[in-house]
Design a protein around this ligand. Structure first.
Ligand code: PLP
Length: 356
């Protein structure tokens, strides 16, 4: 089977050798040596001043909302993974959807201002498939209306915009290190902010609010990364440039072969990370035909993101035309390091034949 993604697994002995360091001192969680080392390595690799490693990429969204005291309405995108919306609802806030740009697939910044009400406290937008939002325009809107900005940067490991890590934009950015993501720790994630006070606050939040053993700074939750997770990250990090390069090889074939299809438009001045390869078909009927043909060849693409999030059963219905249409037409093709040339050719041939 050729799946949409394949988790990169490093040589197991390398993982074991790193994990042994935690074993030897009998300390496997609560911010052990490996978590701290991974944080330092990531700060250096990503060139960011701050990071908090977390147990997944969803709790960071909730911690960010909590730490900045967001309430009532949060403006967000319908074209993302469910965690973006569910985090808002889980924190007792109301997601207010703004439609997306038809080419960049990120929130349409020109439609944000009309969605702002006296109850709006923040904007939570996703850098879709590693493609940055219009961060300057969003920052200007947020300043003007006194709103906080959180970026769900789950897909953005290694992405830079205008020469700076994409994690440095917005009040807070979050990342996911889930096994299906470009860089992973099995399950895992991270929080990024430029604001030292906010960093401290989120740090307490992610560890029950502990300030020392017997003292509490405030409310908290458990979002700590374990040593088993950190060991995976430390094992994989030295391979990450190689992984990206091999993904670029696959992407360049797709780009060449699917010129006639709508592809993701990457924002100017972005150094992209080859995290996903979506194609957008003319309509859903063609997509379903292609999907069926691929499945018959044991190739498993993914309808991602589908469905558009305003259709979640716990939300009241809204009509977001661009997002709904794109969600019905978009398919992410298999993309991972080690994907064989013969497999790529089979994927290309199957799609071209099915599409007619
Ligand atoms: C993967 C993902 C998340 C959730 O991350 P987890 O690590 O699985 O909790 C959130 N948002 C987006 C856009 C994602 O793709």
């Amino acid at each position: 089977m050729i799946n949409v993604t394949k988790t990169f697994l490093p040589p197991q002995e390398e993982y074991n050798a790193i994990l042994k360091r935690a074993w030897d001192i009998g300390w496997i969680t609560n911010r052990g040596i490996l978590v701290k080392e991974l944080e330092e390595s990531l700060k250096e690799y990503l060139k960011v001043p701050n990071i908090i490693a977390t147990t997944n990429g969803t709790l960071p969204l909730q911690i960010a909302i909590k730490a900045m005291g967001l309430s009532d309405e949060i403006i967000t995108t319908p074209f993302s993974y469910v965690a973006t919306t569910s985090s808002i609802v889980w924190e007792g806030c109301i997601p207010v959807f703004v439609d997306i740009h038809p080419e960049y697939l990120t929130i349409d910044e020109t439609k944000i201002e009309t969605a702002i009400t006296s109850k709006t406290t923040g904007i939570l937008a996703t850098h879709v498939f590693g493609n940055p939002c219009a961060v300057e325009e969003i920052e200007a809107i947020a300043k003007k209306h006194n709103l906080k900005v959180i970026y769900d940067a789950a897909h953005c490991f290694g992405v830079t915009y205008k020469g700076k890590s994409i994690f440095e934009y917005g009040d807070v950015s979050t990342c996911s290190f889930h096994a299906t993501k470009l860089f992973h720790t099995g399950e895992g994630g991270a929080l990024f902010t430029q604001d030292e006070m906010l960093h401290q606050k989120m740090f307490y939040h992610h560890n029950f609010g502990h300030k020392g053993k017997e003292d509490f700074q405030g409310l908290g939750i458990n979002a700590k990364m374990s040593e088993m997770q950190a060991a995976m990250g430390l094992t994989i990090l030295p391979y990450i440039d190689e992984i990206k390069k091999d993904r670029e090889r696959v992407v360049s074939v797709y780009l060449e072969q699917f010129k006639e299809l709508q592809q993701l438009k990457i924002r100017e001045e972005t150094q992209w990370n080859f995290s996903y390869f979506p194609v957008i078909f003319e309509d859903e009927e063609i997509l379903l035909k292609v999907q069926k043909a691929l499945l018959e060849n044991d190739i498993v693409p993914r309808r991602y993101f589908y469905p558009s999030l305003e259709s979640l059963p716990y939300l009241k219905k809204t009509n977001l035309k661009v997002s709904r249409n794109i969600a019905s037409q978009i398919l992410c093709l298999p993309l991972y390091s080690g994907l064989k040339q013969s497999s790529i050719e089979l994927i290309v041939k199957t799609i071209k034949n099915a599409k007619g």
